[in-house]
Design a binder for this molecule. Structure first.
Ligand SMILES: *Cc1c(COP(=O)(O)O)cnc(C)c1O
Length: 236
């Protein structure tokens, strides 16, 4: 498989979706590298991709420590985002090593991130994950609890809220997907308009390989694409 061709095709599709969209938002690409080797990350990085997403702490840490991408990480030419569920006892391994924790969904987790960040005198950027399809199988806070949750987070001064993240249900139902993405954008704009101190509604992270076009049309400005770039995942 030619990674460069995949990337060019993706960039084309992103432009088409942006043209269809009523929003004039730049779209940031997170290449989801989970299960794929560091060689492929390095190859995409050399093609200009800077941001990579991982969903497991252990895999993320082993990639961060890989000598082959050490230099790029150090120079900030390559960043990792944590996009998967984060257990509180694993915060210590990654809180100061990722660009963005995209899966903040519990006060207990916020407390732990904030404590560690305060200790180091750093700010940790996070997205609040919303369970937009209200699915038992997915993490994230309930849509209707978003504002209350963010309000509570304001106490944690070493966490900076940079936006919202959602994983849409795995469905072909375009009407439903559009509706859910639209709801996410409504919440994104609603919270932006409140202009809370310590909250910067910069990223609306939604859209994956099968639904990123719809997500962009409905206002997404950060997509997380794995299989469209890297090919199918092999979990063995
Ligand atoms: C795996 C994953 C993706 C990418 O999925 P693809 O369908 O391969 O594009 C995006 N977001 C999250 C949170 C993921 O876990």
């Amino acid at each position: 498989m030619d990674l460069k061709d995949n990337l060019i095709k993706l960039y084309e599709d992103i432009e088409i979706a942006k043209d269809k969209s009523n929003f004039n938002r730049d779209v940031k690409l997170i290449a989801v590298s989970k299960t794929h080797p560091v060689e492929m990350i390095d190859e995409f990085n050399k093609l200009g991709v800077k941001d990579f997403g991982e969903n497991k702490v252990q895999e993320l840490v082993s990639k961060i420590e890989d000598k082959r991408i050490e230099e790029s990480l150090k120079n900030n030419e390559l960043n990792f985002h944590l996009i998967g569920n984060l257990q509180t006892n694993k915060v210590k391994y990654i809180y100061n090593k990722v660009k963005l924790i995209q899966s903040l969904d519990r006060i207990k987790l916020a407390k732990e991130i904030d404590k560690r960040a305060k200790n180091d005198d750093i700010i940790v950027d996070c997205l609040v994950q919303i369970n937009i399809g209200d699915e038992d199988s997915k993490f994230g806070i309930k849509y209707d609890e978003t504002e209350d949750f963010i309000y509570e987070l304001l106490d944690y001064k070493n966490i900076k809220i940079k936006g919202l993240m959602a994983i849409a249900p795995n469905t072909e139902d375009e009407f439903l997907l559009r509706k859910l993405f639209e709801k996410m954008n409504n919440k994104f704009e609603e919270i932006s308009s409140k202009a809370y101190e310590g909250v910067e509604m910069k990223y609306l992270s939604m859209g994956m390989s099968h639904d990123f076009k719809l997500a962009i049309e409905e206002g997404s400005n950060m997509i997380r694409v794995g299989s469209k770039l890297f090919g199918n995942r092999n979990y063995n």
